[in-house]
Write a protein that binds this ligand. Sequence first.
Ligand SMILES: [Zn+2]
Length: 395
Amino acid sequence: MSLSKGLDAIADIGLDPGTGGYRRFAWSDADMQLREWFVGEAEKRGMDIEEDGNGNQLARTAEGPDALLLGSHLDSVPDGGAFDGPLGVVSSFAALDRLRAAGFEPSRPVVVGNFADEEGARFGIACAGSQLATGVLAPEKALALKDRDGLTMAEALKARGRDPRAVGRADWLDDIGTFVELHVEQGRHLVHTGDAVGVASAIWPHGRWRLEFCGVADHAGATRMADRHDPMGAYAATVLAARRLATDAEARATFGRLEVAPGGTNAIPSRVRAWLDARAATEDDLERLVDDIVAEARGAADADETDVETIAESVSPAVTFDVPLRDRLATLLDAPVLATGAGHDAGVLSQQVPTAMLFVRNPTGVSHSPAEHAGDADCEAGVDALAQVVKTLAS
Ligand SMILES: [Zn+2]
């Protein structure tokens, strides 16, 4: 299978014709179609297929210990691009095809994985599938998470014929000796170095915080400006402060999701609920950044006689990928080594298994948007790189 043919086969699944972006949320119809596609690809190649209790799909060339795991995820953010996730899964199958065509027999089992719910678009926690499989995320916490319609993860699993009691630490992990995840680059580092493929050094620590700005709802016409307790002002001040603080710290802070209650054009809000995504190069930098943003929010709320509460929804520590493996792959591929601000299943698994990541150049640098892109030649270079990695690590 060529890489572009593989991506073409799933190009219509979960595509929103209005936005041109993908809506492939965990356990949605689109996700179920992608899961079927994955099973079909595994079967075509005579691979054994397993779905663990968390919905992670694994296609194996053989049973046994010390397996080499490849793969990524097939789900997307709201209006995501075609490459974030699927490129890694499709490239893994394509790399195996290339090696088989050349008569190469791997000396250890090779597994292609599709990790469930990587983006956390539906239940709010990123990398849920890998975090559950590794035991990092407690099943009872995950199962109680609700989507925007109020449906819990447990209910969503049941609706798709899955057993919520099967969620949790997965046995297959014990048989994995190495994990290599290929992913489209989220940024333009490789554009600047002029390389098609790079090797990851680290993932920045990152997290999601919910800020609840509370005030008093009232009439937009009858309430004098001086008499208001409008939480929108403190929220707005916090967005601007976050932008300034993150810029000064060479970190990242984003408010990308907002709920306003009661949500009337002619009503002063009673509550503004906002989600902060923050990332920084070190855990100390991240802590300082979030503390500073929260302090600005509190100051702005106090000035307006409103209130603000901050809830940490998920915080992921810094990840440094296995250094000998990273150096080995960088030498093998003659590829640059780069850090990333984006989280990945590879970051989760790296806590328990020697793990590496390959990035494929993204000319726009944009991701989590339909503008995300990777050229055909670079995608093929990614498959080549992955094939070389398998050949080196499994012979
Ligand atoms: Zn991804």
